[in-house]
Ligand binder design. Structure first.
Ligand code: AHR
Length: 335
């Protein structure tokens, strides 16, 4: 009996010692990182967990290549996940990155809303988050370090302003159809808003139909077919990206109309295929959205990891293209 009690006392002492060592170890681990956060080892190397929206467009493909190439060039270990345009996949990927204790998490949110919980989890784990390409609508801005990307409202505005200028002498109504990006995505919300604001003062310009084509060629084609069936007179197509515009070209041609002439086509992105369509006169105007965010993103990751303060918002520099400008730019276009 006495021997058993002695043994049980020894076991309890061993258990207490083990838990003291474990807690000490975890605490040491949590404290070992730089001021930039990231509950990870400080071995001088940076590991980034990146959750990409998907592979829905030419823009996205160029963006993924830019990020992968820039990570290699910067010596940053990249863990990459393709969310296939699903928010739940992105949340799962971010939680995995938190578990793996990466140094920095970066992601391009498929939709604007619903990120607070997972962003708080990253913050509580001491892992800094960088938003790239698209932003979130979280009221608590401390949940992420910075947002690197385009001003989507401005892109929509530039598209609308060009149209207003083109149609300033139009005497009758100008019927516009709009191919929206993925429902709930920041570029879809913002481009729609910017375009609507730009044409608002001109009562001749009317959006007669507006529907999502999910930023894909297939979506653009399918929705344009419906628009053409349902509406006798379509004068203008505003597509939230090149890919949907390219898909719509097929529907327009199949309906016996000449794209760029019977229907004025305005898109956003300026990827090579879109620029080619513009140079060929099938598109009429493109507002640029640059996917080449990789180098700036890696630079930000290094700064954030080093505990440096970075600007809360970094806007991408962009331009617009007419047919003549597209012809000039095409030979040197990288994506
Ligand atoms: O978030 C950027 C947008 O996403 C691009 O304009 C579009 O092509 C992509 O799918």
């Amino acid at each position: 009996m006495g021997k058993m009690r002695t043994q049980s006392v020894r076991w309890r002492a061993a258990a207490v010692l083990a838990s003291v060592l474990l807690v000490g170890g975890v605490a040491a681990c949590g404290n070992s990182d730089t001021g930039g956060g990231g509950g990870t080892k400080d071995d001088g190397k940076i590991t980034m967990g990146f959750s990409q929206v998907g592979a829905e467009s030419g823009w996205r493909t160029a963006n993924t290549i830019s990020i992968k190439e820039a990570a290699t060039a910067a010596g940053i270990e990249l863990k990459f996940d393709d969310a296939q345009q699903k928010q739940e996949n992105q949340i799962k990927a971010i939680r995995n990155y938190i578990q793996q204790k990466v140094d920095v998490i970066a992601f391009s949110p498929v939709v604007e809303s619903g990120w607070d919980t997972v962003l708080k989890e990253a913050k509580d784990a001491g892992i800094p988050v960088i938003l790239t390409d698209r932003s979130v609508d979280s009221a608590d801005k401390s949940l992420y370090k910075t947002f690197l990307g385009s001003d989507f409202v401005k892109e929509g505005k530039l598209a609308g302003e060009w149209l207003v200028e083109q149609k300033k002498t139009a005497s009758g109504p100008v019927n516009i159809v709009e191919l929206q990006g993925s429902t709930g995505a920041a570029p879809a919300n913002d481009r729609k808003k910017g375009f609507a604001e730009a044409i608002a003062a001109n009562p001749n310009l009317k959006v007669i139909a507006s529907q999502t084509g999910d930023f894909t060629r297939a979506g653009g084609k399918q929705v344009m077919e419906q628009f053409l069936k349902a509406n006798k007179q379509i004068d203008v197509l505003f597509a939230h990206n090149d890919d949907m515009g390219l898909g719509a070209l097929e529907a327009i041609t199949a309906a016996g109309k000449v794209p760029g002439k019977d229907i004025t086509i305005i898109t956003i992105d300026a990827v090579k295929d879109g620029m080619q369509a513009l140079a060929d006169g099938k598109f009429n105007f493109i507002a640029e959205c640059s996917p080449l965010l990789g180098p700036q993103l890696m630079d930000l990751a290094k700064k954030v990891k080093a505990g440096e303060t970075v600007p809360a918002r970094i806007e991408t520099e962009e331009t617009t293209f007419t047919t003549e400008q597209a012809k000039e730019a095409l030979p040197n276009r990288k994506y």
